[in-house]
Design a protein around this ligand. Structure first.
Ligand code: HEC
Ligand code: HEC
Length: 209
C-alpha cells in the first residue's frame, strides 16, 4: 500500500510540474473498490496508450487484446510478490518510447497485480462443475432416471431445461435453486460454494458447456 502511494504520488508530481503555472487542482486518482478485470480494464490501457504500435506481436511481443496476458506472464513482467516492482510498471514509470500511463492507469495495473494478476476468469462449466454436484449430493438416488428431473450426467441439462427448472440469468426464479434453498431432500449435502457455483452458472446464461 505504501509503495502504491509512493508510485502514484511520483506520477502525480510529474503531472503537477508540467502545469505549475495553472491553478487547477490535480485530478484525483479514483481506483474502484471492485476487483480489477483484465479484459475490460487492463487490456484497453495498452491499446489506448499506444503500446501496441510496437508491441503488436510482429516486431515485438504482443500487448494486443487476447495476447497481452500470456505475454505479461511468460516474460515475467508482473511480480505478484512485490507488485510495485512489476516490470510492466517500472519500465514505463519514467516514460518509455514517449509513452506513459496516467496515474489512474498505473493505479489500476498495480491493483490488478496486487489482486494476483488474474487473467480471464472462465465461466462455470455445467459438465465439469454442476453435474458432479447432483451426483455427490446424491440427488440421483431419486432423480436417477425414473423420477423427473433426471439429474444424471449427460441427462441433467436436457431435463432441467425442457421442464424450465432453470431460468437463464434468474437464479431466484429458477425452481432448481428454490428447491435447493428450501432444503429439498439431500440438498443439505450441497455446500455453500457449490450453491454459489450453481447461481453463477445460471447468471452466466445457464449454458450447456
Ligand atoms: C516505439 C515502440 C514502442 C512502444 C510504443 C512501446 N514499447 Fe515497450 N519496448 C519497445 C522496445 C524496442 C523494447 C525492448 C528494448 C527495451 O527493453 O527498452 C521494449 C520493451 C518493453 C518492456 C520490457 C520487456 C521485457 O521483456 O523486459 C516492457 C514491459 C514494455 N516495453 C512495455 C511497454 C508498454 C506497457 C508500452 C505502452 C505504455 C510500450 N512498451 C510501448 C518498444 C516500444
Ligand atoms: C428422496 C428422493 C429425492 C432426492 C434425494 C431428491 N429429490 Fe428432488 N424430488 C423428489 C420428488 C419425489 C419430487 C417431486 C415432488 C416435489 O416436487 O417435491 C422432486 C422434485 C424435484 C424438483 C422439481 C421438479 C419439477 O418438475 O417441478 C427439483 C428441481 C428437484 N427435485 C431437485 C433435486 C435436487 C437438486 C436434488 C439433490 C440436492 C434432489 N432433488 C434430491 C425426490 C427427491
Amino acid at each position: 500500500m505504501k509503495k502504491m502511494a509512493a508510485l502514484l504520488s511520483g506520477i502525480l508530481m510529474i503531472g503537477m510540474v508540467s502545469c505549475e503555472y495553472q491553478t487547477i487542482v490535480p485530478n484525483e486518482v479514483i481506483i474502484p473498490d471492485t476487483p480489477v478485470d483484465f479484459v475490460t480494464e487492463i487490456e484497453p490501457i495498452f491499446t489506448s496508450v499506444g503500446c501496441i504500435a510496437c508491441h503488436d506481436g510482429k516486431i515485438m511481443y504482443s500487448l494486443l487484446p487476447g495476447k497481452a496476458y500470456t505475454s505479461l506472464i511468460s516474460r515475467n513482467l508482473v511480480d505478484t510478490a512485490n507488485p510495485a516492482n512489476s516490470k510492466i510498471l517500472t519500465k514505463i514509470s519514467g516514460g518509455h518510447n514517449n509513452k506513459s500511463f496516467t496515474a489512474t492507469q498505473s493505479g489500476l495495473i498495480l491493483k490488478w497485480v496486487t489482486e494476483g494478476a488474474r487473467g480471464v476468469i472462465p465461466p462455470v462449466s455445467f459438465k465439469t462443475e454442476i453435474e458432479p454436484i447432483f451426483t455427490s449430493a446424491q440427488c440421483i438416488s431419486c432423480h436417477g432416471g425414473s423420477l423427473a428431473p433426471d439429474l444424471r450426467a449427460n441427462k441433467a441439462y436436457a431435463a432441467l431445461t425442457t421442464k424450465s427448472l432453470v431460468k437463464a440469468n434468474d437464479p431466484a426464479g429458477s425452481k432448481l435453486v428454490q428447491y435447493i434453498n428450501a432444503g429439498h431432500n439431500t440438498s443439505a449435502k450441497i455446500t455453500a460454494d457449490q450453491k454459489a457455483l450453481i447461481t453463477k452458472w445460471i447468471n452466466e446464461g445457464a449454458l450447456n458447456n
